[in-house]
Ligand binder design. Structure first.
Ligand code: ADP
Ligand code: MG
Length: 662
């Protein structure tokens, strides 16, 4: 109930409701400033440095590298939430320095202020061990070469136990148990052990890529995950961590500008990703992220990749430590270059020069690789020629017709699901069916791509322009630039974006099927094993049920390999491995905790986008007609699922106005 005084306060008759001098009884007492206890300071620091098990792995591996270890063994249990152990063969820590090692702001890596501006080690803040010690049960066992025996220290939630002697080899073993056991809120934020392990594996990969001469191993739940012997070279290390196929398709680049040396590998344009995860940048052995350099990379590939695809790169930068400030980020992931503009140009011109000198021709996917066989030899030759032209700088950007990226062809997309059509007719196959001559073709002909693909837009143009002439052989719309369809409507002209419309049609159909639980699975006679990156494998298994809802049946197969047992029947014409990769890229691109509906929706978008015909695909008259007819099946044909318009209408009246008829 509102008291009388309170209601009076709000009445317009009361004096100024915001008096300049507040009622003294309402002012909060002045808080006194206190120095925080060290353990609270450490906990706050831990919040910055230790986000999840992967951050622990990163810090401990960096310490081992700084200690000059030739071999570093990492093992984790339950994604690192139970145990993280990093054992190295480095210089070790003397018994009388063990306590100091876990004290905050204690480091052996900086001696004076000047050192801060020429940092040659990975660590220097002296924050990692004390932060870890505060939020876990930490044990360090270490021995230096000068000592016959080692020493051990244990810190539980910041509480030190006395240093005790122990027997151990030269080097250091650090164990972190029960991470966040004393900060339950943080512990709650940890995801499943598979997801956490995915991140651990990613952190491990970054450091193992940066230091190819060090022998690294990674074990999860006592099972070996990576065994990376030292002397095999960088390319071999890349192959072991990121896959042989990628490693076989890398192009070496290098350039020197003054004291800055840039060297590494970039993937040829037929290998790309839908996110920038495979862009590794190492600065003097430190894995970093740098927006400006990633942008330069994207620029270098401009025209070689379709929009939404990101290049793959592993680049090392070596420069005197004075030319860069690494002390700008708590986990040192971002740095500040003294002359970032010059570095940007160096990277861009190194790549451009390399692309000019490289015969990229052979790298365009060949006709044989096209599962549908829809491209003919001359188209492939033309595609290659265009790529070579680009590389020579003769064309500024990729012409709409040539796509270096090997998306499944429109034939596969338009007839998505048609191979399973006989057993289970699906709406989606209607597009395929419309290809059959209007006179009524036989079943067998339905899966055949139309054999007469017109040579150019001119031939796709009907001489009888009336939309009422709807024979299968004459298009009901004019295709221009291989991407828009122009058609007459009752009161004007409609311009359709062929990709956007087809994407919308597929999306609606997919959504309807999943909503009614009717996504059919095409079982594979022999389940197909797929090697994935650790994070991908983790995401795939974590979302097994969701994927099954979409008809994608996967099973664990040990390590980072999963088995595809079945995949959406609607996408029967697409390669199941491709479909899985698309879904995983979508899963991994989501925010931290997307809800199930958003996730599912994202996956549907991804499938629809992948399966839809693309801008740049030339359509046969039958395909144009089929697509336009399908547009009436969906409610929102005027927008693609991303919200871009799928069709724009110019009314006759507008045209008349433009032409000053009215
Ligand atoms: P920083 O790495 O920033 O110096 P840390 O808290 O990670 O801070 O480590 C504190 C100190 O402990 C290091 O400076 C180093 O002297 C010592 N140390 C930590 N890990 C190791 C290791 N694996 N081998 C040898 N010394 C280590
Ligand atoms: Mg450190």
């Amino acid at each position: 109930m509102v008291s009388k005084e309170a209601s009076e306060k709000n009445s317009p008759l009361t004096p100024d409701p915001w008096p300049l001098i507040p009622d003294p009884s309402l002012v909060l007492p002045m808080p006194s400033i206190r120095r925080l206890p060290q353990s609270l300071v450490n906990k706050i620091a831990a919040g910055e440095v230790v986000e999840r098990p992967a951050s622990v792995v990163k810090e401990l591996m960096e310490n081992a590298v700084d200690a000059g270890a030739k071999r570093i063994d990492v093992s984790v249990e339950k994604g690192g939430t139970e145990l993280i152990r990093v054992v190295d063969t480095g210089c070790g820590i003397a018994a009388d320095e063990l306590e100091l090692a876990v004290a905050s702001h204690a480091t052996s890596k900086l001696a004076s202020t000047d050192d801060l501006f020429s940092i040659a080690t990975l660590g220097f803040r002296g924050e990692a061990l004390p932060s870890l010690a505060e939020v876990s049960r930490l044990t360090i066992r270490s021995r230096t070469a000068e000592n016959d025996s080692g020493a051990e220290i244990e810190v539980v939630g910041g509480q030190l136990s006395p240093v005790t002697p122990c027997g151990c080899p030269v080097g250091t073993a650090v164990e972190v148990r029960n991470l966040f056991f004393n900060t339950p809120v943080r512990r709650k934020f940890l995801r499943t052990s598979q997801t956490e392990f995915g991140h651990v594996s990613e952190a491990f990969t970054r450091i193992a890529l940066a230091w190819p001469e060090i022998h690294f191993t990674l074990r999860h739940n006592d099972r070996p995950v990576f065994e990376l012997p030292g002397p095999e070279g960088w390319l071999e290390r890349i192959a072991q961590l990121l896959g042989r196929e990628l490693a076989d398709n890398l192009i070496w680049v290098e350039s020197t500008d003054g004291e800055v040396r840039l060297a590494g590998y970039v993937a040829n344009p037929s290998y790309s990703r839908s996110n920038s995860r495979l862009q590794y940048l190492f600065l003097n052995g430190r894995p970093i992220r740098d927006r400006s350099l990633m942008h330069a990379l994207g620029e270098a590939y401009r025209g070689l990749l379709v929009t939404g695809r990101y290049p793959i790169a592993l680049l090392t930068l070596e420069m005197p430590p004075e030319l860069v400030d690494v002390n700008v980020h708590p986990t040192k992931l971002e740095v500040r270059f003294r002359d970032s503009g010059r570095l940007y140009s160096q990277l861009l011109s190194a790549l451009r020069t390399k692309f000019l000198a490289t015969d990229l021709t052979a790298r365009v996917p060949s006709v044989q690789e096209d599962p549908s066989g829809a491209h003919d030899e001359s188209r492939a030759t033309q595609l290659r020629q265009e790529l070579v032209d680009w590389a020579k700088g003769e064309v500024a950007s990729w012409p709409s017709r040539g796509r270096p990226d090997s998306e499944p062809s429109r034939q596969a997309a338009l007839s998505a699901g048609s191979s399973s059509a006989r057993e289970s007719p699906l709406e989606l196959t209607q597009l395929g069916r419309k290809w059959a001559p209007a006179t009524g073709g036989e079943e067998e002909e339905r899966d055949e791509p139309p054999d007469a693909i017109p040579d150019g837009p001119e031939t796709a143009y009907s001489t009888d322009r009336g939309p009422h002439v709807a024979t299968a052989n004459w298009p009901r719309a004019l295709q221009v630039h291989d991407r828009y369809l122009i058609t007459e409507t009752e009161d004007g002209v409609m311009v359709v974006d062929q990709h956007a419309l087809h994407e919308r049609v597929l999306y609606e159909q997919l959504r309807e099927r999943t909503a009614s639980g009717a996504m059919e699975t095409q079982s594979l006679l022999v389940p197909e094993p797929v090697d994935l990156a650790p994070v991908e494998a983790a995401a795939a298994l974590e979302h097994q049920d969701l994927l099954a809802e979409l008809g994608m049946k996967i099973e664990p197969f040990g390590g980072d390999t999963v088995l595809i047992a079945g995949y959406p029947a609607m996408l029967a014409n697409m390669n199941p491995v491709d479909v899985l990769h698309t879904l995983l890229e979508q899963l991994l691109s989501g925010g931290k905790e997307p809800d199930r509906r958003d996730l599912l929706d994202g996956l549907l978008h991804a499938i629809a986008c992948k399966a839809a015909i693309k801008a740049g695909d030339r359509l046969a008259p039958e395909e144009i007609n089929a697509l336009l007819e399908q547009s009436h099946l969906v409610d929102e044909a005027h927008h693609c699922p991303h919200g871009r318009p799928a069709a724009v209408i110019f009314t006759r009246e507008e045209l008349d106005k433009q032409f000053k008829r009215i």
